[in-house]
Design a protein around this ligand. Structure first.
Ligand SMILES: Cc1ncc(COP(=O)(O)O)c(C=O)c1O
Length: 431
């Protein structure tokens, strides 16, 4: 069940890499020593996990990396480049620039400034830091369903923050936003294209129309949903939001969510490369090797794994970000899987669904009994779902919050597994 071709490809690549340093004097290098026993222990410890790689893991936002990402990441650790400065990783810095340019191009940006980050939190932190620096003292606002990181980051940056109410489908309510804008103190609106809990997509066209009247920065948190811009089966409202991403000031997208990368790979993009001047600093020890820009000069994090850039670059070679390509078709399958699960749930009197998925996340609650019990009974049968506390308003219920079931169907194979998933869910609900 676990992919095992990677080590063979890796071994060949290690030899090829070594060949490039053949002019160096012979040196035996650090021997691996007796690591077999420890690796056995490591494998034994790692077994204590949910089976994230398997299609019956249909809970949280977890997707296995592509084999080429795994192999390229591991290969890079033989060099261990640091993309802080060109001295630390010439090739991997170049690969980062190329990979980031492909992400920017996916959203329609040729001119941009951007780099990889440790994840979505760091990427959003940089975007809000830039927003706060350009509009000092003004508020950051994001929907009540936005990731909690925005409120926390704003507090770290000491920027005022407020939540905008959502409508019944978990999307930012433009009327509530306009009420806030009338106060005249909003500097940046965060539009989430793919909320963490339900995959809801904020109404970007309406937000952009408000920008014309009130003037504010638009930051898009597409950490989760960004790649869906390539899918050819989005609903018209969702499509209209994705088609306008290019009009934003900044975008966050996480290759370590839908982009088949190991954890430690987020990305922040700015439309105006001029914001790079905000990062200006002096580094008396690092920047001597080149007059070219070092990625550390446009990033708040200093040391960063070149291996992440190498893995992303290699994945994009295998699966380019092309509409209609294999990667785009995989995303469309994920969405079909979520729609199929939603259709079965809505047709079954034992369950209540609030709204159809905009991306590939299905949510529902049991008509009677507890979501927790179904979650536990499904897990006993090897189907791993997630739980989410959602506002009662999503179900037309006066309760402030309702514990619901949630399934992020982010593996393309999920589409083929819906019958099996449903069979187990059915048994769990009846048990
Ligand atoms: C929409 C959104 N933004 C930001 C984040 C935070 O990203 P990370 O966990 O990579 O720091 C997440 C994580 O799930 C997310 O879904």
């Amino acid at each position: 069940m676990l992919e095992k071709d990677t080590p063979r490809a890796l071994e060949e690549a290690i030899r090829s890499l070594e060949g490039q340093f053949a002019a160096l004097p012979e040196f035996s290098g650090a021997a691996a020593g007796p690591i077999g026993a420890v690796m056995g222990e490591v494998a034994a410890r790692l077994g204590d996990n949910y089976p994230y790689f398997h299609p019956l893991y249909a809970g949280q936002m977890l997707k296995p990396p592509h084999p080429v990402a795994r192999a390229a990441y591991a290969l890079a650790t033989w060099i261990n480049p640091n993309n802080h400065a060109l001295d630390g990783g010439r090739a991997s810095s170049e690969m980062e620039r190329e990979a980031v340019a492909q992400l920017a191009a996916m959203f329609g940006w040729r001119e941009h400034l951007g780099h990889l980050t440790g994840g979505g939190t760091m990427a959003n932190l940089e975007a809000l830091w830039v927003a706060g620096s350009l509009n000092p003292g003004k508020k950051i606002v994001a929907s009540a369903q936005s990731h909690y990181t925005h409120q926390r980051i704003s507090s770290v940056l000491q920027l005022p923050f407020a939540k905008v109410a959502t409508e019944a489908r978990g999307r930012m309510d433009p009327a509530a936003l306009e009420e806030m804008l009338k106060e005249g103190d909003v500097g940046c609106v965060v539009a989430t294209l793919g909320t963490t809990a339900t995959g809801s997509v904020d109404p970007l066209p309406e937000i952009l129309a408000l920008r014309q009247r009130y003037g504010f920065r638009v930051h898009i948190d597409a950490a989760y949903g960004g790649y869906f811009t390539l899918a050819d089966n989005l609903g018209p409202e969702t499509r209209s939001a994705f088609d306008r991403i290019r009009e934003a000031d900044s975008i966050v997208i996480d290759p370590h969510k839908h982009g088949l990368q190991p954890y430690g790979c987020g990305c922040v993009l700015f439309h105006d490369p001029g914001v790079g001047t905000l990062y200006k600093h002096d580094s008396p020890a690092t920047y001597f090797s080149s007059r070219q820009q070092h990625l550390g000069e446009i990033s708040l994090e200093c040391s960063r794994p070149g291996a992440s850039a190498v893995a992303l670059w290699a994945t994009l070679r295998v699966l380019p970000l092309a509409p209609g390509g294999a990667f785009a078709q995989g995303l469309a399958s994920c969405r079909r899987a979520a729609l199929a699960l939603h259709a079965r749930l809505s047709a079954d009197a034992r369950f209540v669904t609030p709204f159809p998925p905009q991306l590939d996340i299905a949510v529902w609650k049991p008509q009677k009994g507890s979501a927790q019990r179904i979650f536990d009974e499904a897990a006993r049968r090897n189907l791993h779902l997630a739980l989410a506390r959602l506002p009662g308003t999503f179900f037309g219920d006066p309760a402030p919050e309702i514990l619901c079931l949630r399934s992020v169907l982010m593996k393309p194979e999920h589409e083929q597994w819906i019958d099996r998933i449903w069979e187990i869910l059915d048994q769990a609900a009846n048990s």
